[in-house]
Design a protein around this ligand. Sequence first.
Ligand SMILES: *Cc1c(COP(=O)(O)O)cnc(C)c1O
Length: 355
Amino acid sequence: MTDRPFHSSHAETLAVSLGRPPREPDAPFNEPVHLASTFVAGGEREYGRYGNPSWAAFETVLGALEGGTCVSFASGIAAISAVLDLVPHGGTVIAPRHSYTGTIAQLRDREAAGRLRALLVDVTDTAAVAEACGDADLLWFESPTNPALEVADIPALVAAARAHGTMVAIDNTFATPLLQQPLALGADLAVHSATKYLAGHSDVLMGAVVAADASVAEQISGRRALSGAVPAPLESYLALRGLRTLPVRLERAQANARELARRLDGHPALEEVRYPGFGAIVSLVVRGGAEGADAFIDRVQLWIHATSLGGVESTLERRRRWPSEAPTIPEGLVRLSVGLEHVDDLADDLLAALG
Ligand SMILES: *Cc1c(COP(=O)(O)O)cnc(C)c1O
């Protein structure tokens, strides 16, 4: 019996049906965890740093969801590092001033070593970013940004970059391919911290780059082999297991986030409720600065005080507790990662803690 390929463009179907072993009698439904450092010679993999069927299954599914060729990594930051390695020596990278702090740290580190020049911009200032593309090698951005939740005009920025031959990479961690597909919008690369929504259960560190062009994907997988930042087989298995349910998880989390943003809007203890209209991250600016925000966090019972995001559990964090967070982020900004609990319980806990 052979596979009967069924063609679909629906994310729900792709997430569930792809990346499975061939349908043969007694075959398992899921690609097993292939614990292997080496493979019998004569094939394409040869050694565990060059390939593993457990990664390949995850890459098949994420590649299909993003519409490109996926290369998975040991973490999101390893994926980001591999993309920045594509920038020629002395090249210029444009990135939002409110990028993920680890991205800024990578740019700063490379800049200090004389590797590249980083130009940090307000990603909502479309005209300024478009103009800066003139002499840039890479336009890197996130949309929405973390944790300011600014949304970029992606088609306009991609068009400006294209006009100048500037490569475009979009960190799609917050939106996921279900809410935004960078490659379909004209970007060259979509980058992920699979640690967050894709894996979704706060138990895995993993990352990925999805390239529109297969030869660029090959270059990136070459970087992965050189750096050794390969994903582990067990993590790959868990991340794919998470990815199977991403559509239903995200639907619930987004509905909860939307409803919480609505219920919290105008609360007297809050200066601001930021919600970009999609996704499951809400940022609150609590009155009373750092002190007011910390007191609020101390009082919640259901929500977990923790960094990171995108798990089934609802978590919250005052971002400026990290010295590396951008000084333009308000001291009292608390980022909510809305999970899958009942929305009334999530709201009750927050409202009680706000007093
Ligand atoms: C967490 C995160 C990263 C880094 O990913 P890790 O898996 O933690 O290495 C990159 N970008 C964004 C937007 C993130 O939230």
